[in-house]
Design a protein around this ligand. Sequence first.
Ligand SMILES: *[C@@H]1O[C@H](CO)[C@@H](O)[C@H](O)[C@H]1NC(C)=O
Ligand SMILES: *[C@@H]1O[C@H](CO)[C@@H](O)[C@H](O)[C@H]1NC(C)=O
Ligand SMILES: *[C@@H]1O[C@H](CO)[C@@H](O)[C@H](O)[C@H]1NC(C)=O
Ligand SMILES: *[C@@H]1O[C@H](CO)[C@@H](O)[C@H](O)[C@H]1NC(C)=O
Length: 720
Amino acid sequence: MFLLLLLYPGNANYNNESDINVEKRTTGNRLGDFLVSPRKQNWTRCGDNMCQCKGYQALCANHGHQLNYIPRFEQNITQLNFTGNYLPLIDNETFTNITKMKINYLHLQLNSIQNCKRTAFNALKFLRTLHLREHTIPRLELMDCLSGLTKDLQFLYLSNYHYHHPLDLDLDSSMTNSNIIKLHLQDVNMIHYNQSKLSTLKRLRNITIYRSLIKTVTFNYSFALETLDFGTNRLHQLPTFCVQGHAYFPNLKYLCLDHNGINSIPLEHIACMKSLAIFSICNNQIRTIESNAFSKLPNLHILSLQYNGHGMDVHDFAFNSSTLKELYLEDDDLYFGGYYKHVSLNAFKYCKRLELLRLSSNDFSTVTNPMFEEIFSNLVNLKSLSLAHCGLRFLPSFIPIHLKKLETLWLARNNIIAIPEGYFSSLNSLQNVQLNSNKITTVKPFSLQFFKQLKSIDLSSNPFSCSCELLWFINFLKTSPIRKRFVHFPKQYICVFPTVFKGKQLLQVRLSEHTCAVTKLVRVIIISTSTGILLLLLTISVVYRYRWYLRYIIYMARFQHVRYQRLLNGGGNYKYDVYLSSCDVDFDYVVYDELVPRLEEGMGLRLYIPQKDGQGNKIEQIISNMDASRKVMLFISDKYVEDGYCEFEASFAYNKYINEKRDLMIAVVLGELRAKNVTKTIHKILAVDNYIKWGWDEESLELFWLKITTAINNLDDLIP
Ligand SMILES: *[C@@H]1O[C@H](CO)[C@@H](O)[C@H](O)[C@H]1NC(C)=O
Ligand SMILES: *[C@@H]1O[C@H](CO)[C@@H](O)[C@H](O)[C@H]1NC(C)=O
Ligand SMILES: *[C@@H]1O[C@H](CO)[C@@H](O)[C@H](O)[C@H]1NC(C)=O
Ligand SMILES: *[C@@H]1O[C@H](CO)[C@@H](O)[C@H](O)[C@H]1NC(C)=O
């Protein structure tokens, strides 16, 4: 019954939904890469049947010792990939068969080259790109080899040189005045990088030295350098790119230092780089981002700081930048709020141009809506936001309020339980939403506008409750072509509730509108009937529960005036010393045979005993006589609590205690009380003061009388 009360009448307005054509995105093949062939052309045999040709490309691969020379090809071949064959010696004759052709691209890989003559490449005048992935050439031979290259070579790619001694790459001596533009070294034992060994290469714009154990660097001025990538090396400090405020590389636009061991970003090491647009320093050990750390870079557009997961401290205005558009901070162990607060709520202030912010896999679990507001409300130009896997429990309200330009929202793998109705309705540019792997059980109808603008939405892996409330959604997914925009549909849209549908795909659920309509009617009837019954029960139980209190109120309303007069006249002079409240016949012998004689005769007290002295209207008696007594002794037991009049006496005494601020009660517990008998009033009484426990053993008796005497003799019984 209560469950039904909570259910909401379902809405089944999905029928009016018109079909919307799904836009098909054409993925254009980018043809700029080498060895991407013209379409619809097949590889054919060539080069003494040991190679394959297609258009201008030739590939001779994996013939080992069987192919120990470079064969002849058709004239149109300009790119040759020679991999896994056998060329132990390269000299001025090696390329004879291809010197007549305009070879501009040569890839030599794993050919067991051991000897390479100075003149080897002399004849390849058209060569622009050379890949050498050979680990068998000795260093000096390699340098010789390179010296024969045409000055017009543009791209040199060297890798797999695992020398025992560090490679002293001196291209100045082997490739003096070369017009090379791009240099890529990989898996080379470099240790120290020395820019001065490249000083005659005036056109060198692009340097990548990857996975090459670089620990230290010496930079030299280079006007041409635009791209520098030292990814996956052993740098422990950020090299300084500035000397006396001037940049070594005034035109450097791209700097990548990913996968090193750098632990800080000193402002003065980078502040001179006026052209830097992209700075990536992921997967390092950065601990702190200082205020204004990047604010001196007037062209910075993209900043990437992911995977520095050692609890980064991010200070106020850390990302202050008037140009920054994309900021990547995934998996940085950032704690926004809570005990481990590492990130200032002002960190993103003053980077108003930001369009993309990735913060997945950080901790937002203790961040409240006002804090979210503080952190993000100024990022009004955001088009893409990721807060996936951040411990979110709700959809933050700042998103629809401030991020009006949002196109992409990633919130997968959180603990979000509901999508508030109309949450997306103000986000008119939103196209891609990920809310998969949350705790969403039901989905309220979205607006038609939202579906029109939507390109993809992922609600997979949520614990759907397949009840009538979800009927519109189930039917919608069954009938509308828009379901194509639901990522991972239908396989990962599974019911978790109710048991009949558990484990079933939403698509397989047979929930008819008819059933839901009937259920709805039944529900309305049940709700109205049960509400009536419930109210009635409630009234009865309230009246019953407070019957004595109600009587008391009625009495008080009638006798208030009389009683007030009496109290005024009586002042501190009471007619009785003790009002005895006792209702348990099982203990009558204790009360009347043991205590009463001793109190009356032994201590000379004037007692009021309702059972003996009372006559006429009981309630009236109780009130007037309790008013006339200095103390009230309550003999509490199970039967006492169950007796209506006694319970009334108890609550009246307690009310006097509260209203008159007088310590008048002496509570004596005669035996263990059953839990159900510890009513609110009894509980309050026992909590007021040390109550006295009755017991027959000598110690209990002694204690009992001691406490009674103290309590009764205590005349100054006003409580503070
Ligand atoms: C040139 O190619 C021919 C056959 O295609 C081969 O026999 C010869 O050895 C090659 N010359 C060199 C110098 O490799
Ligand atoms: C050259 O061919 C080898 C073997 O087929 C291949 O692994 C390699 O990627 C090719 N190189 C280029 C630059 O296409
Ligand atoms: C190659 O060099 C040797 C001497 O080192 C010379 O005798 C020979 O003629 C050269 N061959 C070609 C094709 O230039
Ligand atoms: C943000 O950076 C600019 C440029 O360096 C600076 O002038 C400004 O004071 C910085 N703002 C704050 C709040 O520090």
